[in-house]
Design a protein around this ligand. Structure first.
Ligand SMILES: [Cu+2]
Length: 685
């Protein structure tokens, strides 16, 4: 069960009864150092969603590019997709879908999630290989080991229902444990019909996901071993912001890790992981497609594996990380059996990386955390092919790509240094500097035909890749303040990112042949954009804060602002979250609590002309929720999201691509979800 997480205010806890000992603090250290826990985890908030994106977007600086019920792409300080290192249970998962339909967040249902956290500001190099846009991590529930040699059976079950789309979520985690062994079985099931907005229905927005996981863990004398096998099965799920919908995403992920504490105080962790995921999507099963000739189905897959070894000796951490991923994607026409376009064939993206970090006191009162990481990214693609009767232009592009030298090696060097200084017992400052890099994604490099498989950009443009793209290099600066008293806290951070060779689509760079093929494949659409290296900067401020009005009334919230601009032209960057604030007022009693939340979004008129991005208006949503501890092991949560059934456009929600909906034309901005009342019951046993 998720215990109520309260503000970091000691006297609030003293006021509560014995049951309050179970209460956990929300990711902040209150004794001694006035600094935030790293990474920063939010209190797990009541949610009616089966998608952990609803938790991610509560983090300061974070937002979600939403392309569908599960297709949520994490954005942190204006950078998103492959730029943000998202790990689920310590593993950087690879996507089977070239449009990120199965983004890493898709793999962990909310009903099995223990915690979602972000490394605020500059992510340390140990957190991953490409961390230019920061590091977010999600952890699934693992039940505690037992306390004796006696076997114990325990578990936790969750069931919830949401009125909008009749969303149903079930989650179960159960284990047999003793002090050394743990055998755990978990599963979840999420279903939902099409979601309503105030004046209609988004079609298709149904969702369907099942998941089953088996875990074995062993611990003894400072050694811990764990292995997890998980099966994911996403069924028919609408993604109206993308050209196709999910028919399925199906496959297995495996992960094994071993941690050991040595006699001299050193410790090390070894981790192995593997995944094998298949995916089919189409543009006619869940949405209306009046032209049988335009029916398309795409079959894609990913097979990936990784290995990491981290060794800690006193203030030093040394590590080796590697992973290899292979991708394929082929487009078919079900009404023409000869038709096929291999848009991604035998794609390889392999990363080998070494790092070291050091942490300690440098001069009086100043602590330093610093590190360097070197990575080799090797990429290659197989020859392209298309069906024999394909138009000559498409065949020519395929031949050009097949004749090109497609193998590329990139050498990436990341550096960071973060200084922290305790000004007073209640206040500390943090100053950070970093150089962070990212090699091009396989879509940016190898999209040889003008298509929209772009890692989920969902801007409606056709794109072509460029084999000769350079890696992105960012210079990052961060200045933060952490202030905590026993009644209030405030942690603002300002940041500046200076990015050279930022990769985005640029008009006017494509060849006449590419334009001709694009016009033939998608008549009436603008010329395709070509992934290109440009120069960019992002800057902004984000903060989280809390204030205890009295011992039972609390206020807390986050504010996030980012501005993203090109440096080589006067344009703004695409799909940047607007100024966002979340404010929650809670009334807390030992056995129950009530919360009223305001989500306020400013208008976004700083949009990308290059991407034909539209402006959006500001709005406010109000949510209410209540939680009640029915007994020591049963928690009931109920609430209403978007209480006033406000009609609004989420700036990060994309454009409707699905025809046949009288409530919403193709090309209209997708509206945000309407009012939903929900109830969730958690039982621990
Ligand atoms: Cu897909």
């Amino acid at each position: 069960m998720q215990p109520f997480k309260l503000l970091p205010i000691p006297f609030l806890l003293f006021g509560l009864n014995a049951q309050a000992e179970e209460l956990k603090l929300p990711g902040m250290i209150i004794d001694g150092i006035s600094a935030e826990e790293i990474p920063y985890a939010m209190p797990t908030a009541p949610t009616s969603s089966s998608d952990i994106a609803s938790l991610v977007k509560r983090l300061p600086g974070a937002a979600i590019n939403s392309n569908g019920g599960f297709s949520s792409i994490a954005q942190y300080r204006g950078l998103f997709g492959a730029r943000v290192n998202v790990k689920v249970d310590g593993v950087a998962l690879h996507e089977a879908g070239p449009n990120s339909m199965d983004s890493p967040l898709t793999y962990l249902p909310a009903s099995r999630t223990k915690e979602v956290s972000v490394y605020r500001g500059i992510a340390p190099v140990r957190t991953g290989i490409e961390t230019i846009g920061g590091s977010i991590s999600a952890e699934s529930n693992h039940l505690d080991f037992g306390i004796s040699n006696e076997a114990e059976v325990k578990g936790s079950a969750t069931a919830s229902y949401g009125s909008n789309g009749h969303t149903r979520n079930l989650g179960l985690t159960t284990a047999i444990t003793n002090q050394h062994h743990r055998l755990q079985l978990s599963g979840s099931s999420d279903r939902g019909d099409d979601q309503d907005f105030r004046s209609g229905t988004i079609r298709p927005s149904e969702l369907d996901r099942d998941n089953v996981a088996l875990h074995y863990g062993y611990q003894n004398n400072g050694k811990e071993f764990g292995t997890d096998i998980e099966h994911l099965d996403i069924g028919h799920t609408g993604t109206a912001a993308l050209p196709m919908d999910i028919l399925f995403v199906r496959g297995e992920t495996f992960s094994t890790q071993y941690k050991s504490q040595l006699g001299n105080g050193d410790n090390y962790t070894v981790r192995l992981n593997y995944q094998d995921i298949d995916h089919i999507m189409d543009n006619y099963s869940l949405r209306t497609n009046s032209s049988a000739a335009a029916y398309r189905q795409s079959q894609t897959d990913v097979e990936a594996g990784g290995l990491s070894f981290h060794y800690q000796h006193q203030a030093w951490l040394f590590g080796f990380d590697m992973d290899q991923a292979n991708h394929n994607a082929t487009i078919y026409n079900p009404n023409m059996s000869a038709f096929f376009i291999e848009n991604y064939k035998d794609i390889e993206r392999d990363r080998y990386s070494l790092f070291t970090e050091w942490k300690g006191n440098v001069t009086s009162g100043w602590d330093l955390e610093t590190g360097i990481r070197y990575s080799l990214v090797q990429m290659d693609a197989g020859a392209a092919s298309v069906f024999a009767g394909a138009p000559a232009g498409l065949q020519a592009l395929s031949a050009d790509f097949s004749n090109a030298d497609r193998s590329k090696d990139e050498h990436l060097v990341d550096l960071f240094a973060t200084f922290t200084h305790e000004l007073t017992k209640e206040t500390s400052v943090e100053v950070g500097f970093a150089r962070k890099t990212r090699a091009p994604s396989y879509q940016e490099r190898y999209l040889w035909a003008p298509l929209q498989s772009t890692g989920g950009l969902a801007d409606g443009n056709n794109y072509v890749g460029d084999i000769n793209l350079d890696p992105e290099v960012a210079y990052q600066f961060e200045l933060g303040l952490d202030w905590h008293t026993n009644k209030a806290s405030f942690s603002p951070r300002v940041f500046y990112h200076h990015i050279n060779d930022y990769i985005q689509g640029v008009a006017g760079e494509t060849t006449a042949m590419q334009n001709m093929v694009a016009a033939m494949m998608n008549p009436g659409q603008p010329i395709p954009l070509k992934f290109s290296n440009v120069d960019a900067k992002l800057y902004g401020i984000d903060a989280n804060w809390s204030y205890a009005l009295t011992s039972i009334w609390q206020l807390d919230g986050t504010v996030s602002y980012v501005r993203g601009q090109r440096r080589d032209t006067s344009d703004d960057l695409y799909r940047i979250a607007p100024l966002t604030a979340r404010t929650m007022l809670s009334y807390i009693q030992p056995k129950w609590r009530i919360g009223i939340e305001a989500e306020t979004y400013a208008k976004q008129n700083k949009v990308s002309e290059e991407n034909f991005e539209e402006e959006s208006s500001g709005y406010a949503l109000f949510n209410i929720s209540g939680q009640y501890n029915l007994s020591s092991n049963t928690l009931v949560t109920a609430g209403v999201d978007n209480v006033f059934d406000r009609d609004y456009i989420n700036h990060l929600g994309g454009i409707n691509r699905a025809a046949g909906n009288n409530d919403l034309n193709v090309g209209e901005r997708l509206p945000g979800f309407g009012r939903s009342a929900y109830i969730t019951v958690n039982v621990d046993f």
